[in-house]
Design a protein around this ligand. Sequence first.
Ligand code: FES
Length: 94
Amino acid sequence: MSLRIGHTVDRPGAVTITVDGTPVSAHPGESVAAALFAAGRRRLRESPRAGAPRGMFCLMGACQECVVIVGGRRVPACQTPVSEGLAVTTGVPW
Ligand code: FES
């Protein structure tokens, strides 16, 4: 079932992606980063030296802080659209 927000946004019905093997509800057209944020996932990996938590920062593909594995490739979560059955792995070493 789609969701209309105001007069400008018509959000499609939910699909399910998996994040580290856990099902997460998402909507086609949104980024993996948006789906992770909505699911309460803020920490995506650790910094290589200090082990500090890293997550979404610029949300425009510039900082690479949101890198995850999708389809065996390192991709920025903020630039990767969700689709049904997409498998996302976090904790990518830098
Ligand atoms: S948050 Fe900066 S590249 Fe995704």
